[in-house]
Design a protein around this ligand. Structure first.
Ligand code: AR6
Length: 182
């Protein structure tokens, strides 16, 4: 675990399973049909139960890439799930814009819904093929910039599933914020 204080907020990196997180919200890596799938999306729907898909179908007709929508957390400890749609990696500059936007929209949903603690997974870096060494600095920089002007969010935690992903986020955080303490 590594963390960085930004004004009165904290950005944390930890390794683990996001379905077990007790932050108020967790951020899912969804697809634009909001149809469920593999990876973390599959894990969240399995752990959270069918109420989540029911709510998605009742309220949304999909979600564009680079955006996100909010549901309740079903059986999870988290009260809310933010379903963010990251880009499929294709090597174009648009990918970074979409990835940044997926994070920013998710943070804005936290502000709009008075959510003070949120956990993100490493959006787009699994099935969607975004190299984690490129994705991690975008995720971290977007979050740091937001927290600088949005003290209402007290905790943003990145919950990274495997060691390779955790290490890439740690490397990116240390590069962006060299004074970071373990
Ligand atoms: N907790 C935290 N992170 C996890 C977990 C977990 N339980 N399980 C996997 N990860 P991915 P994407 C990590 O593939 O690349 C789905 O089918 C995983 O190791 O879940 O955005 C959707 O429906 C990786 O670091 O999401 C979409 O169709 C990260 O979560 C598509 O996959 C993201 O990997 C989205 O692909």
């Amino acid at each position: 675990m590594i963390s960085l204080v930004i004004n009165s907020s904290r950005l944390e990196l930890s390794q683990g399973d996001i379905t077990q997180e007790a932050t108020e919200a967790i951020v899912n890596a969804a697809n634009s049909h909001l149809a469920g799938g593999g990876g973390v999306d599959g894990a969240i729907h399995r752990a959270g139960g069918p109420a989540i898909m029911k709510e998605l179908k009742a309220n949304y007709n999909g979600c564009p890439t680079g955006s996100s929508v909010l549901t309740g957390g079903g059986n999870l400890k988290a009260k809310y799930i933010i379903h963010a749609v990251g880009p499929r990696y294709g090597g174009s500059p648009k990918d970074a814009t979409s990835l940044r936007s997926a994070h920013l929209k998710s943070l804005k949903l936290c502000t709009a819904n008075n959510i003070k603690s949120v956990s993100f997974c490493a959006i787009s870096t699994g099935i969607y093929g975004y190299p984690v060494e490129e994705a991690a600095p975008i995720a971290i920089q977007t979050t740091m910039d937001y927290l600088k002007t949005h003290p209402e969010i007290k905790l943003v935690r990145f919950v990274l599933f495997d060691t390779k992903t955790y290490n890439a986020f740690e490397t990116a955080l240390k590069k962006i914020a060299p004074g970071v303490t373990l």
